[in-house]
Design a protein around this ligand. Structure first.
Ligand SMILES: O=C(O)CCC(=O)C(=O)O
Ligand SMILES: [Fe+2]
Length: 358
């Protein structure tokens, strides 16, 4: 992401990465990871991520129990699962991918109409620059706040393709439904009351009165030196939960587990679900918000769509009571507006969630 963030003074690069990628044999110095990447992507093993059939969750059958166990295992070990039978039609997902590619194929002049302002996050642009010596990510992206409605900056919502805006609204609504299923299953798998996380976040069934829904459309152009450049730096998502529509053909996502990097496999038709920082806090560390990054690739362009959900900025986020006891003391302090605080801490080179450890 790096996820849901508040605005910081952040000039955009003068050129899109897409433009830098044309006919280059060496990316500019500021993209080169001096520390190295710890091995080439092709050599990394795959992360063992459970594949969950969401259609089985809503019952009290042994199959549902099996899926709940997988959810708990996935979220508490690597912070991921891949959701299948999630209720979103393949044809709709294909449309989302199609419209995403079309947006990035618009003439640069048209895309720049949607450029984000220097002090903002919404809009078309590339890596946000926080400091002079920051190593930059090899990607262009379109960030759009979708929820709450009053946060939408319509002037940076592309008008072409003409179906884009409706597709974005539909995608967010469909993923909200998936998110509700995941939230309920998550609480069941922890032996908690079904609505305990939801209640913590406010009156509304999901994350309070004005929950945040933010979409990020990613373009990762080919990069001539994949062993030296990252498409997205290592980060944890500041969301509560993240839903990723992976490129159906090209891998790139990698996750850290026990200090080792692994590739995230493409599962056809699956949505990749990962725990965000705020659910790690609410589950008192039982569910892990994974550190992940995106590798570049020499030949092909990769596009993905990430949708982040997070509580209302007024909600107090804290470990739920039912998960704190003598054996498991409270691990995290409570915080209001985690999302708003996220980037300040990120700038100080801290993992924001670590700063909240008791
Ligand atoms: O594009 C991907 O594979 C991951 C994107 C991601 O981690 C993010 O946008 O936060
Ligand atoms: Fe992410």
């Amino acid at each position: 992401m790096a996820a849901v963030a508040s605005a910081t003074t952040a000039p955009s690069l003068d050129k899109a990465v897409e433009e830098l990628a044309i006919n280059t044999s060496a990316p500019p110095e500021k993209f080169i990871r001096k520390e190295g990447l710890g091995g080439s992507a092709s050599e990394l093993p795959y992360l063992d991520i459970p594949v969950l059939d969401l259609s089985l969750l809503n019952s009290s059958t042994p199959e549902a129990e099996e899926e709940l166990k997988k959810l708990r295992l996935g979220f508490s070990s690597c912070g991921y699962f891949q959701a299948i039978n999630h209720g979103i039609d393949t044809s709709f997902i294909d449309e989302v991918h199609d419209v995403t590619r079309k947006i990035f194929k618009l003439p640069m002049e048209e895309k720049k109409k949607y450029a984000r302002d220097v002090d903002d996050i919404d809009g078309y642009g590339n890596d946000t620059v926080y400091s002079e010596n920051q190593t930059l990510d090899w990607n262009d992206r379109l960030y759009l706040n979708v929820k709450p409605e009053n946060k939408r900056k319509m002037k940076v919502w592309p008008e072409h393709p003409t179906n884009f805006r409706q597709i974005l609204l539909d995608l967010t609504a469909k993923l909200e439904n998936v998110n509700e299923i995941v939230f309920k299953a998550m609480t069941k798998s922890l032996g908690l009351e079904e609505d305990c996380f939801l209640k913590q976040c406010g009156e509304n069934p999901i994350y309070g009165e004005n929950p945040i829904g933010l979409a990020r459309f990613n373009l990762y152009p080919p990069c001539p030196t994949p062993d030296l450049v990252l498409a997205a730096k290592a980060h944890g998502d500041a969301s509560a939960m993240t839903y990723l529509l992976q490129d159906k053909e090209d891998e790139g996502l990698q996750a850290l587990k026990d200090d080792k990097w692994y590739k995230v496999r493409i599962v056809p038709e699956a949505i990749v679900v990962n725990v965000g920082n705020q659910i790690e806090i609410m589950t008192n560390g039982i569910f892990k918000s994974p550190i992940h990054r995106v590798a570049t690739n020499r030949e092909r362009e990769r596009t993905t769509i990430a949708v982040f959900f997070a509580p209302d900025t007024n909600s107090e986020v804290k470990p739920v009571e039912g998960l704190i006891n003598e054996k498991n003391p409270k691990l995290y302090k409570s915080i209001i507006d985690y999302t708003g605080n996220f980037f300040q801490l990120f700038q100080q080179g801290k993992r924001p969630i670590d700063a909240l450890k008791v």
